[in-house]
Design a protein around this ligand. Structure first.
Ligand code: SIN
Length: 480
């Protein structure tokens, strides 16, 4: 039986979790047990107004700290996160069902963004540009864009927060975060550690809400909020993109994906199977970058399917707090119903389930491999966001590229080949922001993360991630 008490969370974090002006809270349910195990503050428009006031006031002082001061606070925040890896991971695992070993990995990944941007804070260089007249001196400097509103998803309750917050804070911006209502608690732990590290409370604020609309509308309409950053569905991203026009906010969008995984005839099948497992079944297939369509060269098709099915059969589905669990539950009924509907649609269209294909219990869906997929099936046209691996085949390299690019999305794509020339050729031809070349898990803090086409705008991570929070200012000096 899962232990769902929150005694392992510091009392100060628990106090932050439920604090709202009205005193209203909403229930947080464990997807593994279906039990309510905690409550979160139910914030509304008045909290959003107050947060914007505080973010604007704090921006005046935070922006004028030196990069070295900000870097020191970020570095302390990073160290504190590492000291609190276990309780943060446990909280995350409880609220969204991520297997505990993956949750520990996510906390380290999340802390990695803080470490990276603590260092990058000191590297916001300006430039001088040659003048067009003898008395002109031209300078370009970079300044923080201003208070930021961030909306983060439930699938990575720590890493998607720090991937946005760390560069914003490093640049000198203040930050208001609205985490997802399904997994609202981890963000409060991060806010607590930020304050423990010496960060001003007004620089990093969390607003949780059962109904996110009043909070989001208030902040989207506020002229003082100069940037919106969102990770989530393409549908909501497009709405925010349109709304941001009224106040001309800068925007970063990290949206849906529909990642192809191409396995060429020269691939090492065992290694390819391992990389597909990493990509497809991480977080029970609930990532924007997970392989959604696995295309295998016809010469390997049957052998690959057999070995993948064997490997998938060994993935242990179960209690996320058990260290041996490899695949946890889906986030909620809506998520489960979508996965069920995709599998049922494929079967109705003539596809064959090699392994899995059923609900195990509650929100747990068996890790699944399906063959006989047709391009019109829902698994091929929508993001499944579940532990389902559809297998297809191709004959030629050109066909593989065409099939991979035949989607409105362009976040991540994967290929497995031992032919160096092909590797470069195909990687260059894929219309995607992230390419995993013989690598099912390319994410890491120091690289750009983001997509082409309907997968979003802008990049997070690495030096590119910092630029998203900086304005460019040109200063012309005339000598007299
Ligand atoms: C996501 O699924 O949105 C993030 C995955 C990652 O950072 O690797």
């Amino acid at each position: 039986m899962t232990d769902t008490t929150l005694d392992f969370v510091p009392a100060a974090v628990r106090a932050l979790m439920t604090h709202s002006h009205s005193g209203r809270t909403f229930a947080v349910t464990s997807p593994a047990t279906g039990q309510v195990f905690a409550h979160a503050a139910d914030c509304a428009a008045d909290e959003a107004h107050a947060a914007a006031d505080l973010a604007a006031a704090t921006f005046v002082t935070w922006r004028s700290t030196t990069a070295f001061e900000r870097a020191a606070i970020l570095r302390r925040w990073f160290n504190l996160m590492l000291e609190h890896v276990q309780p943060i991971a446990r909280l995350m695992s409880l609220e969204m069902g991520k297997p505990i070993t993956e949750a520990v990995g996510e906390v380290r990944y999340a802390a990695g963004f803080i470490e990276w941007f603590a260092e990058e804070a000191k590297r916001v260089y300006g430039e001088t540009v040659p003048g067009h007249l003898p008395n002109k001196r031209l300078f370009v400097i970079k300044q923080p864009v201003g208070p930021v509103f961030a909306v983060t998803p439930w699938n990575f309750p720590a890493a998607m927060v720090t991937r946005k917050a760390a560069p914003a804070l490093a640049a000198g911006c203040t930050f208001i975060l609205k985490p997802a209502e399904q997994s609202p608690l981890t963000a409060y732990y991060l806010a607590y550690l930020w304050q423990q590290a010496g960060g001003p409370a007004g620089a990093f604020q969390v607003l949780t809400a059962q109904d996110p609309v009043p909070v989001a509308q208030t902040l989207m309409q506020d002229e003082r909020i100069r940037k919106i950053t969102f990770t989530g569905s393409t549908e909501v991203g497009k709405l925010l993109y349109a709304q941001s026009a009224a106040t001309m906010k800068r925007i970063s969008l990290e949206l849906g994906g529909h990642a192809p995984f191409l396995i060429f005839e020269d691939a090492d099948i065992d290694l390819a199977v391992q990389e597909v497992l990493l990509s497809k079944f991480r977080n029970a297939g609930q990532t924007c970058v997970c392989a959604n369509r696995i295309y295998v060269h016809t010469s390997l098709q049957d052998e690959f399917a057999r070995r993948l099915a064997e490997a998938v059969q060994t993935l242990r589905l179960g209690d996320p707090l058990d260290e041996n669990t490899r695949v946890g539950p889906l986030i909620d009924l809506q998520g489960l119903h979508k996965v069920q509907a995709h599998v049922a649609d494929a079967i109705a269209g003539g596809a064959k389930v090699l392994v899995g294909g059923q609900v195990a219990q509650g929100l747990f869906f068996q890790p699944t491999v399906i063959v006989g997929i047709k391009p019109t099936m829902r698994v091929m046209t929508e993001e499944t966001f579940g532990p389902v691996a559809p297998l297809l085949s191709f004959e030629t390299e050109a066909e593989a590229i065409r099939l991979a690019n035949e989607t409105p999305y362009g976040l991540a794509a994967y290929l497995y080949t031992n032919d160096l020339n092909r590797a470069i050729r195909v990687a260059e031809a894929l219309d995607y922001g992230i390419i995993g070349l013989n690598d099912g898990l390319p994410s890491t803090p120091q690289v750009p993360f983001g997509g082409f086409k309907n997968s979003g705008i802008g990049r997070e991570g690495g030096k590119w991630g910092l630029e998203e929070y900086l304005e460019v200012k040109y200063i012309s000096l005339a000598l007299h």
